[in-house]
Design a protein around this ligand. Structure first.
Ligand SMILES: Nc1ncnc2c1ncn2[C@@H]1O[C@H](COP(=O)(O)OP(=O)(O)OP(=O)(O)O)[C@@H](O)[C@H]1O
Length: 458
């Protein structure tokens, strides 16, 4: 058993012979750097070396084990401390373990072996912790607004400044913008730049879950709360504890759930369905919608009191057609990314293709642009992407999309989605799994479209 991580271990033991025995055992692993001290004073004086683990003799000549333990933990809260005691004293052991000691070993002929195992486990935990920190940093970098959210238009520069402000505080954030403008991306960027970034980012699309299931999805339920509730289930509010809860398509929440949400926000407490105890709610809330919430309030579809609770810091994402040259910046970035990921030669957009992109209104916004560019890269043989390779809906070139006219927009989006899916299906020879992965949509969505004759496998 060897650990892949180098670990620094302090052995604090006044019995020279016993200390040497432990050192001899642990030194068998070349990844362990072992330092030995015979007094508490020496150990405390060297804590600046930031050991990962300390084995501490409970009765040292210059200090009682529990006091020394506390002094160590005050200075190095994360260090693993294994207490080694001359006699079994369950009460002391329990007390120390409760205060955060890693283990309590009694001195006997097997101590060195048990210590060896315990140190191995500490090594594994350290490796996991480092891996976690690395992944967190990676995710943080991925959602760093300066890298992940592309754009240099004035509108987007304003959005970046709001993201920074939101990340510095705990304020509720309400993000609005047409579909595909990057609402979820902005929410993630705020979360991963905020001090809650070490905790969960929990996203739920209110419109995507049937009403009967939504309540338990949000608030959880106890076993037996309703027919079919065979187990206790933790709701999304609880899952987001200390992190961020992102409620997408908030305008679609029905009035009775709006009332429940309001109560949770006022009382900062959640009740699982069928439960009697209350669970504190401590998460930053972000909401998003493609609708005009103020208008929803005026028309009696959204509670006014909830609206004011949720408004917080409003961030309005402009549609892509209002971001000027950003469309080309985004197109080039998506093209490069797609070519690199798929081992395709790096392609460029012809001047005509650029012109067409600048004129097109992009009802599906950045999501549509990304799909259009990726498909063009697949369909193009040379290194220059011509205007003809861009699968834009012919009838929309040059037209503007009305933001208030919901139904036609939804309708045209459907047709446009089908159009894109169809082209991908053709390009990938009807391989639904591949198309679903490329377009980042569920394969069931594609199956449904096939069933409804919206697309065909040719
Ligand atoms: N400024 C941007 N730079 C780079 N990629 C972006 C940008 N804005 C959005 N995207 C990408 O576009 C896609 C759609 O973004 P996102 O899902 O955040 O939009 P949305 O507004 O939440 O959509 P919907 O309203 O459908 O939920 C994602 O792949 C996202 O990474």
């Amino acid at each position: 058993m060897t650990s892949s991580l180098p670990i620094t271990i302090f052995i604090v033991e006044d019995n020279l012979w016993y200390g040497e025995l432990l050192e001899y055992k642990l030194a068998q692993n070349p990844d362990y750097t072992v330092r030995r001290f015979t007094t508490a004073k020496d150990c405390l004086a060297n804590l600046g070396e930031q050991p990962d683990l300390i084995t501490l003799d409970y009765s040292l000549p210059d200090g009682k084990g529990d006091q020394v333990f506390r002094q160590i933990k005050e200075r190095l809260p994360d260090v693993a401390v294994i207490i080694i005691s001359g006699q079994e004293d369950i009460r002391t052991a329990i007390g120390l373990l409760r205060q955060g000691a890693y283990d309590y070993l009694v001195k006997d002929e097997e101590t060195a072996d048990r210590l060896w195992n315990a140190v191995g486990n500490v090594g594994k935990q350290l490796a996991l912790r480092q891996e976690n920190a690395r992944l967190r940093e990676q995710i943080g970098r991925k959602y760093d607004p300066k890298r992940a959210i592309l754009g240099s238009s004035q509108q987007m520069r304003h959005v970046f400044s709001l993201i920074e402000k939101a990340a510095r505080t705990n304020i509720t954030v309400s993000i609005s913008g047409e579909t595909g403008t990057g609402k979820e991306l902005v929410a993630k960027a705020i979360h991963f730049q905020s001090e809650r970034s070490n905790h969960a980012f929990v996203a739920i699309n209110v419109a995507a879950i049937p009403r009967e299931l939504l309540e338990s999805e949000l608030f959880g339920h106890e076993k037996g709360a309703f027919t079919g509730a065979v187990n206790r289930r933790i709701g999304r509010f609880e899952e987001a504890h200390k992190g961020t809860l992102f409620l997408d398509e908030i305008a679609e929440l029905d009035l009775s759930l709006q009332a429940k949400l309001l109560r949770v926000l006022q009382e900062r407490e959640v009740n699982r369905l069928g439960g009697t105890s209350t669970i504190p709610f401590d998460a930053r809330l972000m909401v998003a919608t493609h609708r005009d919430l103020a208008q929803e309030v005026q028309q009696g579809r959204f509670r006014e009191d909830l609206y004011y609770r949720l408004l917080g810091l409003p961030i309005v994402l402009p549609p892509l057609r209002e971001r000027g040259q950003d469309v080309l910046l985004l197109a080039e970035a998506f093209l490069q990314e797609f070519c690199t990921q798929n081992n395709l030669p790096n392609s460029r957009l012809s001047p005509d293709a650029q012109q067409l992109l600048l004129q097109y209104p992009f009802p599906g916004n950045i999501r549509e642009l990304k799909a259009v560019i990726e498909l063009a890269a697949v369909l193009t043989d040379g290194e220059i992407i011509q205007a003809q390779a861009l699968s834009l809906r012919r009838q929309s070139a040059g037209m503007t999309v009305s933001e208030t006219d919901e139904a036609p927009q939804d309708e045209s989006l459907r047709a446009q989605t089908a159009n894109i899916v169809q082209r991908y299906l053709d390009a990938y020879k009807g391989n639904i799994l591949q198309v679903a992965a490329k377009l980042q949509i569920g394969k069931s969505t594609i199956y449904r479209m096939v069933q409804n004759n919206e697309v065909r496998i040719r």
